[in-house]
Design a protein around this ligand. Structure first.
Ligand code: GLN
Length: 456
């Protein structure tokens, strides 16, 4: 049924970069046969899933949305892909994304933009916009995305889905094509909080192949989602972050978004939560700090795309040096936003500027973490809008990087602090979905699921 939906709708939605219907049907057939033979099956046996094209998948084309990896078939599976395979899922395909996960609209995909199923003239968010378009358009029941500065939560918010960025280090990054290694985190995108929890539990947990993987037990997320759905939040202390759409900080926020968020906060209160306003002054600096740190790490991570090891190679005609081939390959293979980030990052890391830019941004990152720590002395979760606006029209921000970056205002603080944060749909503004963000202390992902399930 999902393959039929893809055949009918994906030309317009642009949700997928790669679909192999034959392979998916063959795999589903194998699982059916195993079931018929009475073999023991994984917990998600036969369930289709879509993976953002940032995850390497054995033998399945993986591009990270870039021309520089066109045609590359990785020789191994990312840990999360392997875990989903072991659980018995059927891979529907690889979803569209902003090139190397840099963007908020999927318009930076080197292949084609993805579109929002609610209004195909609007963006489905990014960078995991193929995943959000696929799930919101019923071209997949659920999908994995990655979130470096908001790329799971923002696309989920603007397409009416649930999207969770796990605690940094709680889901393996092994086989996730790196954008900004200290921020990147994989997570679930689904239609319900419980679905997201099920998918998250299937991919999470310690992985010795990821040196930043946390070796700690995961909270039981499905249990938290079920408990939250009962609608009793007695005793839960909720902090509404002033700097994210509160008084004096409403510039750039749509009134319709703020109204849905205010209603949701009132709903939490009616369920027994104790609500108070919390100030996190350093959050105002999250955007500039992120746009120094993420490009710095990207400039280093993307050095591996040199025309020698992977994918595209340009100008290798026997007359040119390795350096020339490398330069020609990168010139042809990277799109404008990726080049912008590499230049920004290389500059921020360069001798003489390192302390002023990268070093300063790292200090701001520490201040943001301290704001969270102080806030979590008084409250159990922090809440805010997920994005300042509903889905904007395609093309509206492509020529204005700063306007595009502003889509991440609310999601960046949790990213920089490595904390878990979920986006849950809380109604519409002007006919388009609004997302509500719930942030929690490290490894308290269950609180995000509990509160999200309560308001869902
Ligand atoms: N929009 C942000 C950026 O362009 C975040 C992207 C992401 O989370 N991958 O960097």
């Amino acid at each position: 049924a999902y393959l039929d939906r893809i055949a009918a709708e994906d030309e317009v939605l642009g949700a997928y970069l790669h679909v192999d219907a034959e392979a998916a049907l063959a795999r589903a057939g194998e699982i059916d046969a195993a079931r018929a033979a009475g073999e023991e099956l994984g917990p998600l046996a036969g369930l289709p899933v879509a993976l953002k094209d940032v995850f390497v998948t054995e033998g399945v084309p993986t591009t990270s949305g870039s021309r520089i990896l066109e045609g590359w078939r990785p020789p191994y599976d990312a840990t999360v892909a392997a875990r989903l395979k072991d659980a018995g899922t059927v891979l529907l395909g690889k979803t569209n994304m902003d090139e190397f996960a840099m963007g908020s609209s999927t318009e930076n995909s080197a292949y084609r933009p993805a579109r929002n199923p609610w209004d195909t003239d609007r963006i489905p968010g990014g960078s995991s916009g193929g995943s959000s378009a696929a799930v919101a358009g019923s071209l997949a029941p659920w999908a994995l995305g990655t979130d470096t500065g908001g790329s799971i939560r923002q696309p989920a918010a603007v397409t009416g889905l649930v999207g969770h960025k796990p605690t940094y280090g709680s889901v393996s990054r092994y086989g996730l094509i790196a954008f900004s290694s200290s921020l990147d985190q994989a997570g679930p995108m689904a239609r319900t909080v419980l679905d997201a929890a099920v998918l998250h539990e299937a991919i999470g947990g310690h992985d010795p192949r990821d040196s930043t993987s946390i070796d700690a037990a995961m909270p039981v997320l499905t249990e938290a989602a079920r408990r939250g759905a009962e609608g009793d939040l007695s005793g839960l202390r909720v902090g509404v972050v002033r700097e994210l759409g509160g008084e004096g900080h409403t510039d750039g926020y749509e009134p319709g978004v703020l109204a849905r968020v205010a209603e949701t906060v009132a709903l939490l209160e009616s369920m027994g939560a104790e609500v108070r306003e919390v100030s996190c002054p350093s959050f105002d600096l999250a955007l500039p700090a992120y746009y120094l740190i993420a490009p710095s790490e990207a400039s280093s991570n993307l050095a591996r795309f040199d025309g020698m090891r992977f994918g595209l190679r340009v100008g290798d005609d026997g007359t040119r040096s390795v350096d020339e081939v490398m330069a020609l390959t990168r010139e042809a293979g990277f799109g404008p936003e990726v080049k912008r980030r590499i230049i920004l990052g290389t500059y921020a890391l360069s001798a003489g500027y390192y302390d002023a830019y990268y070093g300063q941004a790292q200090k701001v990152r520490t201040l943001i973490s301290r704001d969270f720590t102080a806030a979590f002395d008084d409250v159990d979760v922090l809440v805010s809008p997920t994005t300042p606006t509903v889905a904007f029209p395609l093309g509206a921000r492509v020529d204005d990087p700063l306007a595009m970056y502003a889509a991440d205002l609310c999601t960046l603080p949790a990213s920089l602090a490595g904390l878990p944060a979920i986006s849950v749909p809380v109604g519409l503004s002007e006919g388009l979905p609004v997302g509500f963000q719930v942030m929690a202390p490290a490894l308290a992902d269950d609180r995000c699921y509990r509160v999200a399930a309560a308001v869902e």
